[in-house]
Design a protein around this ligand. Structure first.
Ligand code: PGA
Length: 252
């Protein structure tokens, strides 16, 4: 049984005061036992969040790392650094990083490996552009992204992965993929993992959908056989909308 994972990706939002107020409110909520909740705030707030979520079921993560442990890499942070502060997860290869910061599939592969080496759970993002979607080549694009991300991993490492399918055209647009489309692509991802490793490995990995997920559409998405949770941007920014989403996800 794959436990539902709801991961909030705050991107570059909130002041420290706003972030603290959010996490203090969220930790008071009963989030139930059927879902795992993760918040990825800007890395600057990690230490404050580690304190606030200590002894709560809420996990914290970051939105990016660099693949090296330390050195002359101005502006970057490493897996051992965020792990030491208390992060358990790291989002890798979000489409905004791929598009705005020119991250490649190869970068994603190196960051995934570095996360696993240091005991962080990578949430590896993949997704096609609107043009690729319209051309009907989504499966090919996604398969290639996932194959490269998996390169050099052992089966034991692969078991730790979380994958997030996020069609670029659905991110922040209000245009959520239909549950059938999202499920089809998540099934393609699972097939790709099974081919690279085994069915057993593939069946154990959680695959999230991301792109305009909210409290109103989450249930239909989670009803799909291959969707094990969501990577949530906008709807994770307010406590009310995020808690509503958590409550609506309680039963698969
Ligand atoms: P959205 O963002 O929920 O605001 O569409 C999702 C994401 O970028 O991970």
């Amino acid at each position: 049984m794959r436990k539902t994972l709801l991961a909030g990706n705050w991107k570059m939002n909130k002041t420290k005061e706003e972030a603290l107020s959010f996490i203090q409110q969220l930790t008071k909520e009963d989030i139930g036992e059927f879902v795992e909740v993760l918040i990825c705030p800007p890395a600057l707030y990690l230490e404050v969040f580690a304190g606030a979520t200590n002894e709560t079921p809420i996990a914290i993560g970051v939105q990016n790392i660099y693949h090296k442990d330390s050195g002359a890499f101005t502006g970057e942070i490493s897996a051992p650094m965020v792990k030491e502060i208390g992060a358990t997860h790291v989002i890798i290869g979000h489409s905004e990083r791929r598009e705005i910061f020119s991250e490649t599939d190869n970068d994603v592969q190196q960051k995934t490996k570095a996360s696993l080496t240091h005991g962080l759970t990578p949430i590896v993002c993949c997704g096609e552009s609107v043009k690729e979607f319209k051309l009907g080549i989504t499966d090919e694009i996604i398969t290639k992204q996932i194959q490269i991300a998996l390169e050099g991993l052992t089966a034991e490492e692969a078991k730790q992965l979380v994958i997030a399918y996020e069609p670029i055209w659905a991110i922040g647009t209000g245009e959520v993929a239909t549950p059938a489309i999202a499920n089809h692509v998540c099934a393609t991802i699972r097939k790709t993992i099974a081919t690279a490793f085994s069915k057993e490995v593939a069946d154990g990995i959680r695959i999230l959908y991301g792109g305009s997920v909210n409290a109103n559409n989450i249930k239909e998405l989670l009803d799909q056989t291959h969707i094990d949770g969501a990577l949530v941007g906008g709807a994770s920014l307010e406590v009310d909308s995020f808690v509503k989403l958590i409550k609506n996800s309680q039963k698969k």
